[in-house]
Design a protein around this ligand. Structure first.
Ligand code: HIS
Length: 399
């Protein structure tokens, strides 16, 4: 039998020293941005009941993608696969009756199984925010601007934000006379930007304005010119209103000087069942996967019995950490060693004094001089302080 005692599960990894620091830097930067704007931290458990993810979330978190286990009563539990859903649960319970809007942020690991996508992380450290119970336009503007600021701060001004309003796609779909399965297949092919399959599926509806618009949807990608094309393509059944709204957000971002960072992508139709308004995704150059994803999701809270609307985003901290400079490991300046054990307490005092002076030190846990000096040389620690009746400072040379 194969024994898995020296590896970590697929999609997980150990982090060492500087890598942990890089992560901490990203989470600290984000936390500072959030708290400066009135967002307050919440923590929810890593284990949740499966039922929490049973309604809205089931539409985009297939049950096959969740890690499941049972508690002592045989109840089905999951390792939390998404941060937004537990926040909705919290809003319906302990946060019930709190003054709105609620500005919340979190930093959690989430767990998702991707059997078909080797190389993807199954344990993802995610930091994110949710703005609950505010007026739609003002909330969307606040959250999109904050998303851009997070990306800009971490990416040193270099990032790309893709923006869409799912209402446009939904308006077209609602005008198309096909069954639900076909609709889902169309949505999938648009998401994949698979023109060939789309043409196969929709080509036959030559007289349908909606079908022709769907065929062109993956190409509706770019700057302000996208709007003109989109209005021309389809403006019925609520499509015009969605475009007007999205254009307003785009113009606001332009007024903030972010125009060259923002791209309109009307083919951004992933999670179409979950999001109900704007959807956005953030990217960094050189990282293929999205680093940030978010949007407006009004139905989720309603499913938890809360008559409020909400918008938010999550940032993949591991991916974002790739944009932070590798942090050099701090090497201690002094190794404190008491060759005779009767001076161990004095060595502790001495080490603490050095620490109080702001020095980085280590206590020696070897018995002999030879081992102590060998270790100091190996680690590159420049000095050994020998503690006896007196304290002797010795210089070491790197091995
Ligand atoms: N929970 C979403 C991100 C999000 C937060 N709020 C709204 N959307 C995700 O993991 O992709």
């Amino acid at each position: 039998m194969r024994y898995y005692d020296k590896i970590t599960p697929d999609g997980t990894k150990d982090l060492l020293f500087g890598e942990c620091e890089q992560r901490s830097q990203v989470t600290k930067t984000l936390k500072d941005l959030f708290t400066a704007q009135g967002y307050r931290r919440v923590m929810t458990p890593a284990l949740e009941f499966y039922d929490v993810f049973g309604k809205s979330a089931a539409k985009y978190l297939p049950k096959e993608s969740m890690y499941k286990l049972t508690d002592h009563k045989g109840r089905l539990m999951v390792l939390c696969p998404d941060c937004t859903v537990p926040v909705a649960r919290l809003t319906a319970t302990r946060l019930k009756g709190m003054p709105m809007p609620l500005r919340l942020f979190y930093n959690h690991n989430i767990y998702r199984m991707f059997p078909e996508l080797k190389g993807k992380s199954t344990e993802i450290n995610q930091v994110g925010i949710e703005l609950i119970g505010g007026e739609k336009l003002r909330s969307d503007l606040e959250v999109v601007e904050l998303a851009a600021r997070c990306l800009s701060t971490i990416g040193n001004g270099k990032y790309r934000l893709e923006l869409c309003d799912i209402g446009y796609f939904k308006a077209i779909m609602n005008s198309l006379d096909v069954d639900e399965d076909t609709k889902e297949e169309i949505r999938y092919q648009i998401e994949q930007k698979n023109y060939a399959s789309l043409t196969d599926m929709l080509g036959k509806y030559k007289d349908s304005k909606a079908a022709q618009a769907l065929l062109k949807l993956p190409r509706l990608f770019g700057g302000a010119e996208v709007f003109e094309k989109a209005y021309e393509l389809f403006d019925e059944n609520g499509a015009k209103e969605s475009l007007d709204y999205l254009k307003g957000i785009y113009e606001y971002l332009q007024a903030l000087g972010l125009g060259d960072r923002v791209i309109i992508d009307l083919g951004l139709v992933n999670l179409a069942e979950y999001y109900t308004g704007i959807i956005f995704r953030g990217y960094f150059h050189g990282i293929g996967e999205q680093v940030l994803s978010g949007g407006r999701y009004d139905q989720l809270l309603h499913d938890f019995g809360v008559e409020e609307c909400s918008v938010g985003f999550g940032i993949n901290v591991d991916l974002a950490s790739q944009k932070v400079k590798t942090v050099e490991e701090n090497i201690p300046e002094v190794l404190v060693f008491a060759p005779d054990t009767k001076f161990l307490a004095k060595a502790v005092h001495h080490r603490r004094e050095l620490e109080d002076q702001g020095m980085l030190t280590e206590n020696c846990v070897f018995d002999t001089m030879e081992e102590a000096f060998d270790y100091a040389k190996m680690r590159g620690i420049p000095k050994v302080h020998l503690v006896g009746d007196d304290i002797t400072v010795c210089l070491t040379k790197k091995k």
